[in-house]
Design a protein around this ligand. Structure first.
Ligand code: SAH
Length: 239
């Protein structure tokens, strides 16, 4: 038997208990599932994330599959993970906040800017109907595409390109998520947001930004300022 015991923050394995830290390098699927449950309980639910669909998919999607080998054993820890090209997979809590803010429906079509490892792409693929994800580095987009295909996500298209221009071919989108920091909201992205659509994007200076939630109402963007945050930069043009 393997289960996560929230009361003691321990994994119970065939009647014995182990501290979670010692289990993190395991490849046993039951232990990895328990680590995800612990991540959801202590990092997300305990901090106020309430969207049950978001919590469910974050308990299901194998974050370790998207982490590079040297930091795979940290995949369920409470911090960002370094991937190639100096980029990062965001901290689970920030990912959950952004997904919750978008209030996604199963029928939604999504644009993601900054595929990175493909982890958030996988979550989006579980939460919505179709995901178009733009990444400027082919060395990140190619392995992300491979792992998403290996895990069976068929409603995802990963595109190599400049996400500040969005992906006009398949616009408009019900939701847009930008996982890199912009000095200001790119106008092309606003133009590709459907009526009633939502966009979440970190906006500000390179060392500190604020999440902006933008909702398109009667053709006008309405902005709500959300949490302070720190993301890698959104960079226009080819690498
Ligand atoms: N959400 C990703 C992490 C994104 S890190 C994950 O789960 O792994 C931000 C990503 O944005 C990086 O991969 C970076 O290369 C990409 N990026 C930066 N500027 C971009 C642009 N103009 N167009 C597309 N991708 C961009």
């Amino acid at each position: 038997m393997c289960a996560f015991d929230a009361a003691t923050n321990r994994i119970i394995l065939t009647g014995r208990t182990f501290p979670l830290r010692r289990m993190s390098s395991s490849t046993d699927p039951a232990i990895l599932t328990a680590l995800r449950q612990q991540m959801v309980a202590s990092q997300l639910r305990a901090r106020g994330v309430r969207d049950e669909r978001v919590l469910t998919v974050m308990a299901r999607v194998p974050r370790h599959e998207f982490a590079p080998a040297p930091c795979r054993d940290q995949a369920y820890e409470d911090h960002p993970l370094l991937i190639r090209e100096g980029q990062t997979i965001s901290q689970p809590y920030i990912v959950a906040l952004m997904l919750e803010a978008l209030a996604l429906s199963p029928a939604d079509r999504i644009l993601e800017v900054g595929t990175g490892s493909g982890y958030v792409t996988a979550l989006l693929a579980e939460l919505a109907a179709q995901v178009f994800s733009v990444e400027r580095h082919a060395v990140l987009a190619d392995p992300a595409r491979d792992v998403l295909a290996r895990l069976g996500y068929s409603n995802v298209k990963v595109i190599v390109g400049d996400g500040t221009q969005g992906f006009a071919e398949c616009a408009p989108y019900d939701a847009i998520i930008v996982s890199a920091a912009a000095p200001e909201v790119p106008s092309a992205l606003l133009a590709q947001l459907a009526e009633g659509g939502r966009m979440i994007i970190p906006v500000g200076a390179p060392d500190s930004q604020q999440l902006q939630l933008i909702r398109m109402e009667n053709g006008q963007p309405r902005t709500t300022l959300r949490e302070l945050c720190r993301f890698v930069p959104l960079i226009s043009g080819p690498p």
